[in-house]
Design a protein around this ligand. Structure first.
Ligand SMILES: [Zn+2]
Length: 334
């Protein structure tokens, strides 16, 4: 009786499990051409930060497996998966880079990277549900949140977060999951896939107007979309989160939380004009972690989306990971 009470209080398995860090060397081999902002150096900047800060020693590093066709089919139409996979395989065989749209290019390493990125999200979901990890961050590329059921766009091919969310619901049997998208761009692909699925609540803010210019008209009832004008700063965005995201998440009571973690709302990012700084990403992560703790036993999987200023990206991911792994910055001595 006493022992079971103590067990319940401390939840030892999950409390002692580490934050998992999923990545794969193949994610560095996806190359959309010189000067493209969604570049392999993004992941290298994160790795460099993990070494320099010492944070890497506190994370459980995991090699991302490849997603299976059945995983991709959880979020995408079968014909799309087949056609895109064929196209990417042809590109891999030819050794030449080809465009899907003016922003989105397939190179010889893209298929393997895309499969590892989606596979990371699925494996992280399993590890967190099984209690092997307290929570998880997937340092992967290509990102996913612009990929719709049947279209690659906006640097995205397979929708890593939507696939993982559907995996939690359809394969692992969860009944309610939340998707939190703090990338500066509207996650139109995730919305396309999950709109109207009342097992999902998606909350997001995004700069508007900005690519992909969607999200403001007739979002589905399970979408909380907050368009934000350019040059808005962190304190105002925190207010939006507190007044619009948090009450919706509290009503929904998710059993697991997925995060589309884009860091391109940072004030130093060149692709948008919002004003977040590292402390804002720390705060957002704490608020989302609080929801996960209260309703989902801490279950949270975060996947990298955007973030194109390499230094700001690394610093913001550090802030995000320090909260996830409960490794606050050491106090500076005077
Ligand atoms: Zn973005």
């Amino acid at each position: 009786m006493l022992l079971s009470g103590i067990r319940r209080l401390f939840k030892p398995e999950r409390a002692m499990a580490p934050t998992a860090f999923y990545t794969h060397p193949a994610c560095l081999e996806h190359d959309m051409g010189d000067g493209h902002p969604e570049c392999p150096e993004r992941l290298q900047a994160i790795e460099q930060m993990l070494r320099a800060s010492g944070l890497g020693a506190h994370l459980a590093r995991r090699e991302a497996p490849s997603a299976q066709t059945s995983d991709l089919g959880l979020a995408h139409e079968a014909g799309y998966v087949a056609n895109l996979s064929d196209f990417m395989a042809q590109v891999a065989a030819s050794g030449k880079t080809r465009a899907v749209d003016p922003d989105t290019w397939v190179g010889p390493g893209s298929l393997e990277a895309a499969l590892r990125a989606a596979g990371a999200a699925v494996a992280a979901t399993d590890a967190v549900i099984d209690g092997e990890a307290a929570n998880a961050f997937c340092a992967v590329r290509p990102p996913g949140h612009h990929a719709t059921r049947r279209q690659a766009m906006g640097f995205c091919f397979f929708n890593n977060v939507a696939i993982a969310a559907r995996h939690a619901l359809d394969v692992r049997g969860l009944q309610r999951v939340a998707v939190v998208d703090f990338d500066v761009h509207h996650g139109n692909g995730t919305e396309d896939i999950l709109a109207g699925d009342d097992r999902v609540l998606m909350v997001s803010f995004f700069q508007h107007p900005l690519y992909p210019y969607s999200g403001t008209e007739n979002p589905a009832p399970n979408m909380v979309n907050v368009p934000i004008p350019p040059r808005t700063r962190g304190m105002e965005i925190r207010d939006v989160i507190e007044t619009q995201w948090i009450p919706a998440l509290e009503r929904f009571k998710p059993q697991m939380v997925f995060v589309s973690a884009g860091f391109d709302a940072h004030r130093d990012d060149g692709l948008a004009q919002l004003g977040l700084v590292e402390a804002d990403y720390e705060w957002i992560t704490m608020r989302v972690m609080d929801i996960a703790r209260r309703f989902a036993d801490g279950r949270l999987v975060s996947c990298l989306e955007g973030g194109y200023n390499l230094s700001a990206l690394a610093r913001s991911v550090e802030a995000h990971l320090r909260v996830l792994s409960n490794q606050p910055l050491p106090l500076q001595s005077a």
